[in-house]
Design a protein around this ligand. Structure first.
Ligand SMILES: Nc1ncnc2c1ncn2[C@@H]1O[C@H](COP(=O)(O)OP(=O)(O)O)[C@@H](O)[C@H]1O
Ligand SMILES: O=C(CO)[C@@H](O)[C@@H](O)COP(=O)(O)O
Length: 557
């Protein structure tokens, strides 16, 4: 008798569920729901305006994903809910919700509906950079290198404490009324199981938690703001559960909402990038996995804890049990291309794409593919939404050098694709230079399978073969794998995530190999990228910051 699991990937704009056969990895059904409120970066549902750099979400959209996509995949696959043995959840991170002790988000309560700080702060909420700057400065002054160095020497404004501090500073009453700040991954798991759990991945990477040392001392938090002295005890006080464990089982309420059977196993929540390893059968060190979507995450396992400057963090068991997991990343990849096609491509190009019955990305990609490496004469810095690694500063901005009156949209588009590859090479070199070998390169996420030109450019720029995940929904497949492990072998699942990955994971037959003549050109262009990277990112980084300050002043005056 076949058994099945469901994996749900909560992305930036939508939630995607897939139903997978546990014995073959076959994906029987998929269902996607776009979030009704998408990313609230201009205003709240009430119309209240939001300042620049904000990015909020509405937790009701996550419940809609559960109540829509799960029944959809069960119906489409035509399987009995009794044969679905487990479910796993992954989510963007650090995406946090202020909640009451019973799990109710503050924004669900009438009195807080018009309070921006009562809503979900999405991973790309970038309005707490000043808090991150102060936090890093104070950490250095207080000799907190022990944990700071594990986070590459800097905490990003995308992570939990700068966001929580911003809430305390700008809306102390919301901070006061919040019983817990919870990652959205853990909140969704709570809605399914009735159990309040915290996963080790997001606690480790996003909330400065360490398996042996715990959190920074209260003295440190007190120095940030005396009201934060006991922030851990007061707002985050939940035991942390390793990945690969079971969080609980589907409750009656969740069964009514989803159509699943009461008692179905639910895995501990995971982050959308980190979860992916078993979906590509990756089971050990030296194999970098790059999840390329709206943003991009670079993840790698190692048997040792090395301190690598400018990365997001190294966390023991933070990706898969038994290894140190490293994360680095780029704040925007797909988002940059989205910005470009929405703002910089003429109606004529859209008309021609329509005429050829293809989308605008495919149209631009075809045109960009006809160019030789280096023929566009452009080098771009990939900082359209800041720099996550290795400079850790969301105030840095994008740049294109080499533009002339002859420059065509497809040339700029190609330069943007190339800049994402250069940013990735910078990350790979930083790992290698600091004792973390990168021997193989794997790519997954929406773009990895959609854009073959981009993957070829990655192979050429990195001078490494690029292997592609076999599923168009790698995070959801990986979550289904974690669901099978939560169910365990007694119920027809697995006891070990790597064992489950071997059966349920998949790689595409297509591998992109470096083209030697392109590699040579890209080596030269990469050295130009590196010079610009150092110039604008290190020596004159204040230029970009000053421009942002002037813009802010002029927007509010
Ligand atoms: N063919 C394409 N080439 C490059 N970028 C694309 C293409 N199609 C979509 N995108 C961009 O990819 C991003 C979506 O990535 P995806 O992995 O599907 O979602 P998510 O990041 O939410 O998990 C969007 O920012 C979009 O602009
Ligand atoms: O930051 C992380 C994980 O650390 C991601 O959740 C975040 O970059 C969002 O990922 P997507 O680009 O939406 O796939």
């Amino acid at each position: 008798m076949s058994k099945y699991t469901i994996g749900i990937d909560f992305g930036t704009l939508s939630g995607r569920a897939i139903l997978v056969d546990v014995n073959t990895g076959e994906e029987l059904a998929i269902s996607t729901l776009e979030y009704k409120h998408a990313v609230m970066d201009n205003s709240l549902p009430s119309g209240k305006k939001l300042p620049r750099d904000w990015a909020l979400q509405h937790p009701k959209d996550y419940l809609d994903v559960l109540s829509t996509t799960i029944p959809n995949v069960i119906g489409e696959a035509g399987v009995s809910p009794d044969d679905i043995i487990g479910i796993g959840i992954d989510f963007t991170a650090c995406t946090i919700i202020p909640i009451k002790s019973d799990g109710t988000p503050l924004c669900f309560l009438n009195e807080y509906k018009d309070e921006p700080h009562a809503y979900v702060k999405l991973w790309k909420h970038h309005a707490a950079q000043d808090k991150a700057d102060q936090l890093n400065e104070i950490a250095l002054k207080m000799d907190q290198q022990k944990w700071l160095d594990r986070y590459g020497g800097k905490i990003s404004s995308e992570w939990l404490f700068p966001k929580v501090w911003q809430i305390l500073d700008e809306a102390p009453h919301i901070y006061e009324e919040t019983d817990y700040f919870i990652e959205a991954a853990d909140w969704v798991v709570w809605q399914l199981t009735g159990n309040h759990t915290r996963n080790a991945c997001t606690a480790g990477y996003k909330a400065i938690w360490h398996k042996q040392d715990g959190y920074p001392d209260p003295e440190f938090f007190k120095e940030l703001d005396p009201r934060l002295e006991n922030v851990v005890e007061e707002k985050l006080n939940m035991p942390i559960t390793p990945l690969g464990e079971k969080a609980g089982e589907i409750t009656e309420r969740a069964a009514d909402m989803t159509g699943l059977t009461v008692g179905t196993a639910v895995a501990i929540g995971h982050a959308d990038a980190h979860v992916c390893f078993p979906a590509l059968k990756i089971d050990g060190p030296g194999k970098m996995l790059n999840i390329i979507g709206t943003s991009s995450c670079h993840l790698i396992l190692s048997e040792e804890e090395q301190l690598v400057p400018g990365i997001c963090g190294v966390v023991e068991d933070g990706i898969c049990p038994g290894f140190y997991g490293y994360e680095a990343g780029q704040n925007c990849v797909g988002d940059t291309f989205g910005w470009f096609v929405d703002n910089c491509v003429s109606a004529e190009y859209y008309k021609l794409a329509h005429h050829e019955e293809i989308g605008i990305y495919e149209y631009l990609t075809r045109k960009a593919q006809q160019l030789h490496a280096g023929e566009n004469g452009l080098v771009a810095l990939d900082w359209w939404n800041g720099n996550r690694s290795t400079l850790v500063d969301v105030d840095l901005t994008g740049l294109i050098v080499g533009m002339t009156l002859q420059t065509k949209p497809e040339e700029i588009y190609r330069a943007l694709l190339e800049s994402a590859a250069y940013g990735t090479r910078k990350i790979v070199e930083t790992f290698r230079d600091n004792g973390v070998p990168v021997n193989e390169f794997f790519a997954a996420g929406g773009i990895a399978r959609k854009n073959s030109l981009m993957m070829q450019i990655y192979a050429d720029v990195l001078d490494m073969p690029v292997k592609i995940g076999g599923s168009s929904q790698a995070p959801a497949l990986a979550s289904a794998i974690f669901g099978a492990v939560a169910a365990g072998s007694d119920r027809g699942g697995y006891d070990d995530v790597f064992e489950a990955g071997k059966v349920m994971g998949k790689l595409d037959d297509k591998v992109y190999y470096p083209i030697p003549e392109n590699k040579e050109i890209y080596d030269r262009l990469y050295s130009e990228y590196s010079a610009l990277y150092d110039h604008f990112g290190k020596y004159t980084r204040d230029t970009m910051k000053r421009l942002k300050t002037i813009r802010k002043e002029q927007t509010t005056s």
